[in-house]
Design a protein around this ligand. Structure first.
Ligand code: BT5
Length: 266
């Protein structure tokens, strides 16, 4: 996003609170890290940070989010829900639902949600969500939802910029064969996020978990489960529990809970 696009975004925004305050810089280490700093200084709910390029884009578990300039969206949004800290993973699900709907609305038909935080197109990753939280005792102080989406990268630039990640990554442009208006996409995404946040506030976490499960691509599929430091195994994906952990059934009938790791359909 350029500063011109941010002005356009301001004009297009139809939300009540998300994105009313936008902090933009062409280049940042990580929009999540920046927004956590603002949250610690008392930034209000709905505050958004956007960068056109990240030099230290973060994934989960100390991984890197490759964040070149000029084509994609790197955005973080601050929430201050009055919920217990253990419910914060719900915001990853809420964001995944909003992302999938926004990507489908511009014409991509083959999107899929992969547990816990990926959006894929034709089996390749187009977007990821990183939810970070600060708590006060057992309650959430604030939550930062960070979203990275490959929007207008061509296959050539994915191959050039992403090294060995290139073969598991894709962009909206690669699927649609044309450039997308990033300001419009961002305005639509924020509106969709706000909608799902309101659903969460009025109907509670069950409504989000149910919708996520409906949209999830791997229900009852055979999956390979990779948890760091443990042997890989195959199982059947059953669903998520109230805390957002993945439940899988191994071949000897045992139900396992996957807390952090990678789970891919076979
Ligand atoms: C994620 O982590 O998918 C969360 C990514 C969140 C990025 C946003 S950008 C705005 C905000 N600010 C931040 O600093 N972060 C958030 P994880 O599930 O751990 O996936 C990371 C893995 O995805 C890497 O190890 C690569 O294999 C792959 N990957 C890295 N960059 C990618 C990209 N641009 N497109 C597709 N795959 C990528």
């Amino acid at each position: 996003m350029t500063s011109t696009m941010i002005r356009k975004l301001n004009g297009l925004l139809r939300t009540q609170s998300l994105g009313k305050v936008i902090h933009y810089q062409e280049e940042m280490g990580s929009t999540n890290t920046e927004l956590i700093g603002l949250g610690e200084k008392g930034a209000s709910e709905g505050t958004v940070v956007i960068a056109d390029k990240q030099t230290e884009g973060k994934g989960r578990l100390e991984r890197t989010w490759i964040s070149p300039a000029g084509a994609n969206l790197y955005i973080s949004i601050l929430f201050r829900p009055e919920i217990v800290a253990t419910d914060s993973p719900l915001f990853t699900f809420l964001a995944s639902i909003a992302l999938k709907e926004t990507i489908e609305r511009i014409g991509v038909t083959s999107t899929k949600i992969k547990w816990p935080n990926d959006i894929q197109i034709d089996g390749k990753k187009v977007a990821g969500v990183l939810t970070e939280m600060r708590s006060k005792r057992a309650m959430v102080d604030f939550i930062v939802v960070g979203i990275g989406i490959n929007i207008n990268m061509s296959r050539d630039s994915i191959d050039k910029e992403m090294g060995k990640v290139a073969r598991i990554a894709t962009s909206i442009k690669e699927n649609l064969g044309k450039d997308i208006d990033r300001a419009k996409f961002t305005a639509d995404l924020l509106l969709e996020l706000e909608k799902w946040y309101q659903i969460f506030r009025s109907k509670g976490k069950k409504a989000i978990l149910r919708e996520w499960t409906d949209e999830w691509g791997d229900l009852n599929k055979r999956v390979r489960v990779n948890v760091e430091g443990e042997p890989e195994f195959e199982a059947t994906a059953l669903g998520i529990d109230d805390e957002g952990y993945l439940l899988v059934k191994t071949d000897d009938g045992e139900i396992n809970k996957v807390i952090a790791g990678d789970v891919s359909a076979i």
